[in-house]
Design a protein. Sequence first.
Lengths: 214, 214
Amino acid sequence: MPEQNASQSILDAAERIFALHGFEGASMRQISVEAGVAQALLHYHFGTKEKLYEAMFSRRSDAINTERAARLDVLFAAGGEQLPSLASLLEALFRPTVEFGHEGQAGNMFSRVLAATANADDERSRALIATHYDAIAQRFIDAFQRVVPGLKPSDAVWSYMFAIGVGMTMMAATGRAGRLSGGVCNDSDVDAVMARIVPFISAGIEALTSHSST
Amino acid sequence: MPEQNASQSILDAAERIFALHGFEGASMRQISVEAGVAQALLHYHFGTKEKLYEAMFSRRSDAINTERAARLDVLFAAGGEQLPSLASLLEALFRPTVEFGHEGQAGNMFSRVLAATANADDERSRALIATHYDAIAQRFIDAFQRVVPGLKPSDAVWSYMFAIGVGMTMMAATGRAGRLSGGVCNDSDVDAVMARIVPFISAGIEALTSHSST
DNA sequence: GTCTATAGTTCGATAGAC
DNA sequence: GTCTATCGAACTATAGAC
């Protein structure tokens, strides 16, 4: 049981409460109770609820996208003669999120925050995704074009959007797959989902090279 | 400009306000202003905020899923000798949502509500999806197995989950595809998205018949 | 840095006139 | 059915002691 400072406790509590109830549904009171500190301390360290949310979001997404960038660097290392596989790109896209999203906590709380933020269309969500995810997204879109011959630039963008959509099944982890399969499928079983997501998306992207629309 | 009764005005306003701000972020006051009625009238007609949300959700989802069921009935009509194509199943899955989601209103407000509800993991969202979407989901899962030889039952469930995930790109319509493509891709252009979603998902599902995991 | 106490606002819901 | 008026609870944020 490591002693950690109040800021970290607050961020951990915020991650969990925001994941369970959303930005509007979560309250500063609830977060302060979960963190075991006075409510005023949240404002002392982070100013407003809005800025606490941004700090909570940045902490994990910066770690995730640093790792993603490092993996892309390795895959496209200078001097490497052959291109990486599409499957290895998808591993680099998804693994850091499912590995860095939880840290000691039960369940992957940040993935739920991310799924909700990516799908919302309010200004706060849009700005967070644009600031923290658009640059790395461009790198993956470029990578798709390099490893899939004949993939048009616009279809590389669609490929990325669809891939993220499929990955949402794993990130949101609503338990619906289990319900629909009578308990056979488990959307929290990362390895099982990855084993299906990767071939599914790979084949989907390849198929976009041959469709006829503009 | 058709005269409509207060209940319909309230549901229309609720759909729009809930789509823009979520359940917790929307207020009964805001909805009453948008509908042009007194706030007390919302409680007279629908009781609580919770029940208003459910009424708003049911109105569109019942219309959508009645249409989906009718399309499945036609595709698998008794006496029909040949099986429908996978592409035609995906049309039956997605078209009713994008066509019935808006009715006069600009933008497809209900699709945004649906995307948020499907991805959330609170009890209200889970119950609404289970009540209004699980039965028709089972019909699509069964249909996938019938038209794709060699698709295992559990992979048919994953196919459905992944298909819905891809469709979220269109339903959430956050504008991100446009941002990432410098304006070339438009996630509100239903025909353009459908032209790519259908081959993408079709190829993805076919690919699941040959992967080796259990 | 961390606390208690509270100011000031907004919320969902209801009472009661018409 | 529709309105005005309002209650009591919850919220974000701040003031000020230690």
